[in-house]
Design a protein around this ligand. Structure first.
Ligand code: NAD
Length: 350
């Protein structure tokens, strides 16, 4: 039954861990370690069923392989889920037990923060294993570095569409003024762009508009706002059948994960002559930062590698033009090419 399942037939390893004393039930999915050990966060959720948890962890670990490969990192893709309501279950003892589980994978999987697991939890995990990043001893908040990568990705898109990377005089609409959106707005303003911001948190928008020379807009009006670049930096699924007909922009490029409701929307955008920068490429600097933490390196180096995302994205845009396909297809091809050229990790590292 297990080996026949097509759900995880493309994964190298799926491990289940339990610890009755703490109530830990975790699944670690290692999708691919061709390019290096798998890295991905630990999501803690009260899943509707074990199948739902398995489906989530398999999908997320698969995505991490592509994200790491597209970021030119020597890492593979993995992810973990802890099943249960964080309010009922989360405890130091549980994260210690989880740390022991991660440790027994001997470095084939490196864990980090994700939904409902934070820096404090990773500090606890680190008591039991070295294979963890995102601790308080680490390189700090990756968000400004993520934004730096998004900024350079937007500039690469501008070069493709307008023939110049300069954002001077370009209109950019940023959806979501959180950790990534704010830093992105600052970088774009410094490069001469006209920036319009929105957030469901209207106080945050007002405070930002007092400090910076930006326009503001209601969250519902964001899709139909005429602009050069629409930069989603809030939640996923915002580019969908309902919003695409409203879009009045040349470029969709932002930091949010899973911007497209469905993969086919990349082709729909292309048909409408809108350049879409694949989210997993353009927001890859968050992963670059935590990878630096594991592999050794500085925040400054992470900033440099984040900036290099722009050139890589431009390469993918050119490949898409050559192949008459979407940039998402080209990005996948770029990642797959790297993986095919690599060698699978032959043994468990010690
Ligand atoms: P955040 O929680 O700091 O900010 C998100 C902001 O979006 C909040 O201010 C929230 O009020 C706002 N928001 C939520 N729904 C909205 C809506 N419908 N319209 C307008 N605003 C809305 O998160 P963040 O760290 O800035 O991350 C933003 C996105 O980027 C997320 O999708 C995240 O998964 C992704 N991402 C972040 C990083 C990182 O380093 N932080 C790395 C990769 C990807």
């Amino acid at each position: 039954m297990v080996f026949d399942s097509t759900a995880h037939s493309d994964h190298e390893q799926v491990s289940y861990f339990t610890d009755p004393e703490t109530g830990l039930q975790a699944i670690v999915a290692i999708h691919d370690t061709t390019l290096g050990p798998s890295l991905g966060g630990t999501r803690m959720l009260d899943y509707a069923s074990e199948d739902a948890a398995l489906e989530d962890v398999l999908r997320l670990s698969h995505a991490m392989t592509y994200k790491a490969a597209a970021a030119d990192l020597p890492l593979g893709g993995g992810k973990a889920v802890i099943l249960g309501d964080p309010d009922d279950l989360s405890s130091e003892a549980l994260f210690e037990a989880y740390g022991r589980a991660v440790d027994c994978l001997a470095g084939r999987y490196i864990t980090s923060v994700d939904v409902n697991s934070g820096v404090e939890d990773m500090d606890v995990v680190a008591r039991e294993t070295d294979h963890v990043v995102g601790t308080s001893d680490g390189l700090g908040d990756p968000s400004p570095i993520t934004a730096h990568g998004v900024f350079h990705g937007i500039r690469a898109c501008a070069e493709s569409v307008y023939g110049t990377r300069s954002m001077d005089g370009r209109d950019v609409v940023i959806q979501g003024l959180g950790k990534v959106g704010r830093s992105l707005a600052e970088e774009l303003l410094a490069d001469g762009a006209s920036v319009t911001v929105t957030d469901v948190d209207t106080e945050a928008v007002d405070a930002f508009a007092e400090e910076y020379d930006v326009e503001t807009i209601d969250p519902e009006a964001v899709y139909s706002q005429s602009c050069d670049v629409f930069a989603p930096c809030a939640v996923g699924g915002v580019v969908n059948d309902e919003t695409i007909p409203q879009l009045d922009c040349d470029i969709v490029a932002g930091g949010a994960n899973n911007i497209l409701a469905e993969r086919r929307h990349a082709a729909v955008l292309r048909e409408q002559d809108i350049l879409y920068a694949p989210d997993y490429v353009i927001n890859g600097a968050g992963l670059i930062t935590v990878a630096k933490e594991y592999l050794g390196g500085t925040r400054e180096e992470a900033y440099e590698e984040a900036a290099a995302l722009g050139d890589r994205l431009l390469e993918m845009i050119e490949l898409a033009d050559e192949r008459d396909t979407t940039v998402l297809d080209a990005a996948d091809a770029y990642a797959e090419n790297r993986i095919e050229g690599g060698e699978r990790m032959p043994t468990i590292p010690t």
